[in-house]
Design a protein around this ligand. Structure first.
Ligand code: ATP
Ligand code: MG
Length: 398
């Protein structure tokens, strides 16, 4: 196909400045580029070019839309702009700016505009102010549009790259955060509920990479529940832009022993959770993870009071991250909808922690009481046994 017939569309990608300080800059930028590459890997004909403080993603024949949609999942991106590519000449830039301005002006009743320019290539003979002034004059000449430098209805952006120039008006918000993979590995306790996938997503957004552990109490929690957790795992993998390991721990025997040790059962959930932490910690060490994570939110249910969270936390020396801690339920639900996990999470399933639990569980667990219950059991042997029987599933990005 000749150059003229090829759609010359690109997407300009911008990222945050905060994490670009100091020694980490190169590392963070490389991670971002790798993640952008992964996100568009399935779109034919896409190429990626680095520019100073920007990425230029050249769209294939499908145009910019599939690219901007894919980039919505790349953490670290602050905004993207589908843009026209033109030669680095003022006439060509002005002609494109007039076209872009004509389209934007039609969207407003009383359109006003300004031109904002930026040079990645400082060797370009005009500075940004001069480019903005001349391109602005060309737009006024062609369309007789008024300029408003303070509150324009729209802004025409011009970027001077090393080989081409880019002209655009649209600025679409990115997901923000940090490039996934830069802050370290975390082991997520992933259940079939609403909260834990959201907790995982929030950590991906802060640059973590994830492995996940699911405690399966067959036959009390059926194959359908495991299938649901695997689907949630694939949804998280899609945001991670890489496959995610899901460890499935056979928990039934241990759970029964803990229930029996808990007497009237009021502390059963606290005992289950402490055991989950110990086993997940074991899996986390092997995976090189630096922390555990749960979907717990303060005082959402009986097991999540400050007292109970403390007693649960005392079972491991590893840091437990609880990204949903301060959420109201509806905030978590709003995020779950955005992530795409909500519809899966609300499918009916059996929660292993509601097994064998009385109607009024303890809300003020005491560590000494819990420890004395556990002292009747061989906890290390139970942990080792579960760990040895754990199987792994790979969740591919869906
Ligand atoms: P979720 O919606 O994530 O299940 P929840 O509000 O229902 O959370 P609980 O069911 O009490 O809360 O669980 C609290 C946290 O403990 C979960 O967010 C999850 O991280 C972890 N958890 C609970 N059950 C399991 C399980 N079977 N496998 C793995 N993690 C679990
Ligand atoms: Mg739950």
């Amino acid at each position: 196909m000749s150059d003229a017939a090829t759609p010359r569309e690109v997407v300009l990608v911008r990222w945050g400045e905060i994490f670009l300080k100091g020694d980490n800059r190169g590392f963070f930028e490389r991670a971002l580029v790798d993640n952008v590459r992964r996100s568009v890997a399935a779109i034919p004909g896409v190429t990626i070019q680095r520019m100073h403080g920007r990425l230029v993603v050249r769209a294939g024949e499908g145009g910019a839309r599939p690219v901007t949609r894919a980039l919505e999942r790349v953490f670290g991106i602050v905004s993207v702009s589908p843009a026209r590519v033109v030669p680095r000449e003022l006439d060509a830039i002005s002609a494109a700016a007039i076209e872009v301005a004509r389209i934007e002006a039609a969207k407003h009743v009383q359109p006003t505009f300004k031109v904002e320019s930026r040079r990645s290539d400082k060797r370009f003979p005009m500075n940004s102010m001069e480019v903005s002034r001349d391109v602005g004059a060309a737009v006024i000449g062609a369309l007789a549009l008024p300029v408003d430098v303070h509150h324009p209805r729209f802004t025409v952006g011009v970027e001077i790259g090393y080989e081409d120039a880019f002209v655009f008006a649209e600025v679409l918000p990115g997901p923000g955060g940090l490039p996934t993979g830069v802050t370290g590995r975390v082991e997520l306790l992933l259940s079939g509920g609403i909260d834990s996938p959201v907790a995982g997503w929030m950590l991906l957004k802060r640059g973590c990479s994830l492995g996940a552990t699911y405690f399966h109490s067959f036959p009390y929690t059926g194959e359908k529940t495991q299938d649901k957790v695997e689907r949630l795992g694939r949804q998280l993998a899609a945001w991670q832009l890489q496959p995610m390991r899901l460890s499935v721990v056979p928990f039934t025997d241990v759970q029964k022993q803990l229930r029996d040790a808990s007497g009237d059962g009021r502390l059963a959930v606290v005992l289950y959770r402490r055991m989950m932490m110990r086993i997940a910690e074991r899996i986390a060490y092997r995976a090189g993870a630096k922390a555990l994570a749960t979907g717990e939110a303060l005082a959402q249910v009986a097991s999540q009071t400050l007292e109970n969270l403390s007693v649960i936390g005392a079972s491991t020396r590893m840091t437990i991250l609880r990204p949903c801690l301060g959420h109201d339920k509806h905030e978590t639900i709003t995020l779950a909808r955005r992530i795409g996990s909500y519809e899966t999470s609300i499918e009916p399933y059996d929660d292993c922690c509601s097994l064998f639990v009385p109607e009024h569980p303890e809300t003020k667990a005491k560590l000494a009481v819990v420890e004395s219950m556990e002292s009747r059991l061989n906890i290390p042997a139970m942990v080792e046994d579960c760990f040895a029987r754990t199987t792994n599933v790979t969740c591919e990005p869906r």
